[in-house]
Design a protein around this ligand. Structure first.
Ligand code: MOS
Length: 747
């Protein structure tokens, strides 16, 4: 078969174009059907009742009162809930997280579902749920990082090592000329995607159709198949649009499964949508951390040792540990390095993946510590980073697959005007007399690859189809992946039918770990290449084709034609090739996956540098972020408009992390006391400053065939630290407990 694998240099007209979202028009006109917009014939509404206690058991529910309420059809409780084929507490693998599915009356966290009321209307179901008037046997909740002895987690994050060390940190600290030790705290944060978890479920015998937002349809389908004991082929999961995911829709949550159970229980289609406050419990969150950093440098300011320890919380009944120390394994080249984690079990829902899990909290602490270290050495914080960043992974010593971080520092600093910064804290003011501070943070996120499959087809009319069960949670996957598909097939985008967002398509993997474009893109690339190889075979072996005899690596595809490399005047359209062969179409499948050999040889990350300006009212302590400049290098940029938008989003998460988000838990009840968007603060437009993102050019030949790295999460890293450092520079006050609020400046 002729080899027509692409070089990265040869790409069609779609990749690299700043196209607007292909689904944008549907979204802004209300034409996009989100899960909860579905209303199958005969649909009922389900509302969950959640626990007000964090630990104990439900002693009584007034089911009779709820059932007697007009419009209520039934109440699903542990006694009558459908039997499941698998124990939802069974831990088959580290990524099967335990779910609360009304299998018993135990309460393990506040806002745990304890009943589901099913009714003809949403109002009736809501009112019915209020009539349940639960009584509890309450045990005192274990809340906060000091509630119990810490233990060593079996693993952190997505199966990372709990500890990784190199050299003798104590000796490195002892021999250091300058030293700092500081403890940083980050609070629990909750997801709050604009679209809460929602599901419309309908059964037809043992066939199940669900409309629900998902970042991992194939995994969700397998989970449902296991819980209900049905063939995954009998499940159709549709997830064409998500109103944000941020990690919370990576795994099917308990309430989504309860919607499926309610439909089974009622024998009718059911819709279940979480209320905002119900998201503060059963759908994952980012756990609080307390991070201890100890750093030392020699007289020149070169790091001699870096010790990063994270204490974090997990639930009483499952394991997920925020891997906050992990990024210290990659970023700065201390000859002695220790990165460790410990955990405490508390009575909350299980924390899970959320917006750069680990890197976000870890970077917030590490970048603040680096700033403190630079100040102790009397070195400009940018210069200190430029002296100390690593060019090979400090622990494994694998070289980075590309070295663009220096460029990020330089381009970001130039754009921001960093050279005009005056070193001393409280030394800059704006015209209104407010204190001005400038800070910097390094951004870093691993360039992950997962597994995905795609199918591609070219038809005799010259049009093509690419099908992949990929996920667009707002990041623009439908657009970026279609650009890759059009170029992969060598056709114009308007000749492409791109099918996505449904579980009956080839497994598109997971939209997580900022790896979706790279992974699904690689699958699309390989499926398209396989189709073109078939077409090429048909043409180059046929005497009647102008491409006859072009031989190995002799043709490429563009504009719906195969073209001879050695003589571009000789080409043939896909239509002509297929018509002559008497075929309507030709199709093939392909896979995307990491290449183990290159992963062994290189450390792969996207890099960046974020510069922040804040103003602080000298009397009232009010903090505003006024300017953010981020320079990021993330390999091939598929769509600069969407990538810029991803960086903006990430940097706004950083603003949110530094100044806004804070789930306050009442230690007596174990409840989050601010489970609503009025009191759980996220930035609104007025909080979002001037933001610029610089797309630093980077060619990474090792990371995957298309040279694509993730851009979804890197923006939050670097940013929170840069803002904290800017607040210090403005005020001279180091706030080591996030979010940074005015009371902490005045205190
Ligand atoms: Mo993300 S937390 O990798 O969806």
């Amino acid at each position: 078969m002729p080899d027509i694998a692409y070089e990265q240099a040869r790409h069609g007209s779609s990749i690299g174009q700043p196209l607007t979202r292909r689904d944008g028009f549907l979204k802004v006109t209300g034409g996009a059907t989100f899960a909860a917009d579905n209303r199958p014939e005969g649909m009922l509404h389900a509302v969950i009742a959640v626990s007000r206690i964090a630990r104990g058991r439900v002693a009584h529910l007034d089911v009779a009162a709820a059932k007697a309420h007009p419009g209520v059809v039934d109440v699903m409780v542990p006694g009558n809930a459908p039997k499941l084929a698998a124990d939802p507490d069974a831990k088959n693998d580290p990524f099967t997280f335990r779910l609360d599915l009304l299998q018993n009356d135990k309460v393990r966290y506040a806002h745990q579902p304890i009943a589901v009321v099913i009714a003809e209307t949403l109002e009736a179901a809501t009112e019915g749920a209020e009539l349940l008037a639960p009584r509890y046997e309450t045990e005192s909740p274990r809340i906060g990082l000091d509630t119990a002895e810490a233990h060593k987690p079996p693993a952190v994050g997505a199966g990372d090592k709990t500890a990784a060390t190199k050299g003798d940190v104590e000796a490195g600290l002892k021999s250091a000329e300058h030293r700092i030790e500081a403890v940083y705290e980050t609070p629990a944060q909750y997801h709050n995607a604009m679209e809460p978890h929602s599901i419309v479920a309908q059964w037809d015998g043992d066939k199940l159709t669900v409309d629900t937002p998902s970042q991992g349809m194939a995994m969700a389908t397998m989970r449902l198949a296991g819980l209900f004991g049905i063939d995954p082929k009998n499940i159709l999961l549709r997830s064409p649009f998500l109103g944000g995911g941020f990690g919370s829709k990576g795994f099917l949550s308990g309430p989504q499964v309860l919607g499926v159970m309610a439909a089974k229980h009622a024998g009718r289609p059911v819709k279940l949508v979480l209320r905002r406050e119900q998201m503060f419990g059963p759908v994952g969150h980012r756990a609080e951390t307390r991070q201890t950093l100890r750093l030392g440098t020699d007289g020149s300011g070169a790091l001699t040792a870096l010790d990063h320890h994270t204490l974090t919380a997990t639930s009483s009944f499952d394991d997920f540990y925020e891997p906050a120390s992990a990024l210290s394994r990659y970023l700065y080249k201390a000859p002695a390095l220790a990165t460790t984690h410990s955990g405490v079990r508390v009575d909350t829902g299980t924390p899970l993946f959320m917006r750069a899990p680990g890197e976000a909290s870890g970077s917030a602490a590490l970048e603040a510590a680096i700033d403190e270290m630079a100040e102790t050495c009397g070195i400009d914080p940018l210069v200190f980073r430029q002296m100390n960043y690593a060019e090979a992974e400090p622990i494994s010593e694998r070289p980075f697959s590309s070295k663009a971080l220096r460029e990020c520092y330089e381009q970001g600093a130039a754009r921001f005007g960093w050279e005009r910064r005056s070193a001393a804290p409280r030394s800059m003011r704006d015209e209104a007399g407010r204190l001005v501070g400038w800070g910097v943070g390094t951004a870093l996120f691993p360039a992950l690859m997962m597994q995905a499959e795609a199918r591609a087809e070219i038809r005799a009319d010259g049009t093509g189809t690419v099908a992949i069960g990929a996920h667009d949670m707002g990041q623009g996957a439908w657009t970026a992946l279609a650009q890759i598909a059009a170029d992969g097939l060598g056709i114009d985008l308007d000749q492409l039918d791109f099918k996505s967002g449904s579980s009956d398509l080839p497994n598109g993997g997971i939209a997580g770990g900022s790896a979706h474009t790279a992974t699904a893109g690689a699958a699309i690339h390989s499926a398209s290449a396989a189709v073109l190889a078939l077409l090429s075979e048909m043409a180059t072996t046929d005497e009647r084709s102008p491409l006859f005899g072009a031989g190995n690596a002799g043709v490429y595809a563009a504009g719906g034609r195969l073209i001879r490399r050695d003589d571009e005047s000789r080409s043939e359209s896909f239509s002509d090739i297929l018509s002559r062969a008497g075929k309507d179409s030709v199709s093939a499948s392909g896979k995307g996956a990491p290449d183990p050999a290159s992963r062994e040889s290189y450390a792969m990350h996207a890099h960046g540098a974020v510069f922040a300006e804040v103003t602080v009212d000298p009397d009232l302590g009010q903090i505003r972020v006024t300017r953010l400049v981020g320079a990021f290098a993330a390999g091939r940029i598929v769509n600069p408009r969407l990538v810029t938008s991803q960086y903006y989003g990430g940097m706004i998460w950083g603003v949110s992390f530094a100044l806004h988000e804070n789930a306050v838990v009442d230690p007596r009840s174990g409840r989050v006391m601010n489970p609503n968007l009025g009191e759980y603060h996220v930035p609104v437009n007025a909080d979002v400053p001037s933001i610029e993102a610089i797309l630093v050019e980077e060619h990474d030949p090792h990371v995957n065939p298309l040279g694509i790295k993730g851009v979804g999460e890197i923006g939050i890293t670097g940013t929170a630290g840069a803002i904290a450092n800017a607040v210090y520079h403005a005020t001279g006050v180091r706030v080591r407990k996030m979010p940074i609020t005015l009371d902490k400046l005045l205190g």
